[in-house]
Design a binder for this molecule. Structure first.
Ligand code: ATR
Length: 276
């Protein structure tokens, strides 16, 4: 079915955005659930300084769903009419939905971290090394602490990791710890490794030396690369279990689809189109 004047528009905004697989994943899901023509998902490159004009315009246009990616996940909050309590704690929004009372911001990124890990293991009391303390790390810290993991946040700028520890201290039984990258040689002592730094995004590099990886590690790289990141490839060479950035995209997208359409997501179809 073709789009009509009644078609509900969903859009991903970010800079850059051309690499995004969200339109493909959502449009394929609409097709599988007979929502093709009722919903359409598009992408637009929106630079930082354009958000103040673009976001209010999207609201005027009555756009149904607005997916926010870097660099807008925190700056978008000031344009929202409401924010969900989880997104407020994480202090980042990746999903904005047109609701009766206005545009409400949600965060589904934390599910993108927690759901694929929970398919492999129970997170309670697991020793987890989280690399990074930026925007992506915030959702991961929230989700992993909520599930009762014992977390150490490693970051190049350790002060930022310590700030995250303090910020989330109230919500968890086990206070997270912070560490600098010079302490990464302790990686063999952890059960799960989660990379949220941008290392590996543009270069074939990893912060983790292959020698530190073991077969019984679970290695999650939020960075997505079709060829596999260095970290994922090194972990696979050690026969460790791996979770890629594409799986994070899928699981945050499942929750997002349900918020935009009010229907259950066609999980298998979404996996298929992402080759997962
Ligand atoms: P995102 O929203 O994707 O998390 P971000 O907020 O810019 O992006 O955070 C990027 C993360 O990658 C930070 O933890 C950053 O470390 P600093 O806080 O010290 O800047 C980390 N990072 C980026 N480039 C890095 C590099 N070359 N080596 C180590 N860490 C790096």
């Amino acid at each position: 079915m073709l789009a009509t004047s009644k078609t509900k528009i969903c859009i991903i905004i970010g800079d850059p955005v051309r690499h995004s697989l969200s339109p493909l994943m959502h449009n394929h899901a609409y097709k599988q659930t007979n929502l093709e023509g009722k919903f359409i998902f598009i992408a637009a490159r929106v630079k930082n300084k354009q958000l103040s004009t673009v976001f209010p315009a999207l609201k005027h246009m009555q756009v149904q769903g607005i997916t926010c990616t870097a660099p807008h996940k925190q700056t978008v909050i000031k344009y929202l009419d409401q924010i969900d309590s989880t997104a407020s704690i994480i202090d980042a929004v990746n999903t904005v939905v047109k609701e009766k009372a206005g545009y409400k911001g949600y965060n589904t990124d934390w599910l993108g971290v927690v759901d694929p890990l929970e398919k492999l293991t129970d997170l309670k009391n697991k020793k987890i090394a989280l690399l990074g303390a930026g925007g992506a790390a915030r959702a991961a810290v929230y989700g992993l602490l909520k599930k009762g993991a014992r977390l150490t946040i490693f970051n190049r700028t350790q002060d930022k990791a310590q700030k995250l520890v303090e910020e989330f201290a109230a919500m968890a039984k086990y206070k997270a710890k912070s560490a600098g990258l010079d302490e990464l040689s302790t990686i063999p002592n952890y059960q799960i490794i989660v990379n949220t730094t941008s290392v590996g995004l543009k270069q074939d590099k990893s912060l983790i030396k292959p020698d530190w990886l073991k077969q019984n590690h679970i290695v999650f790289d939020a960075v997505y690369s079709e060829a596999g990141t260095r970290l994922i490839n090194d972990a696979q060479a050690k026969k460790a279990q791996v979770i890629t950035g594409k799986e994070m995209l899928l699981y945050q997208g499942i929750a997002q689809y349900e918020l935009y359409t009010g229907q259950k997501a066609p999980v298998q179809a979404m996996k298929n189109i992402l080759n997962l």
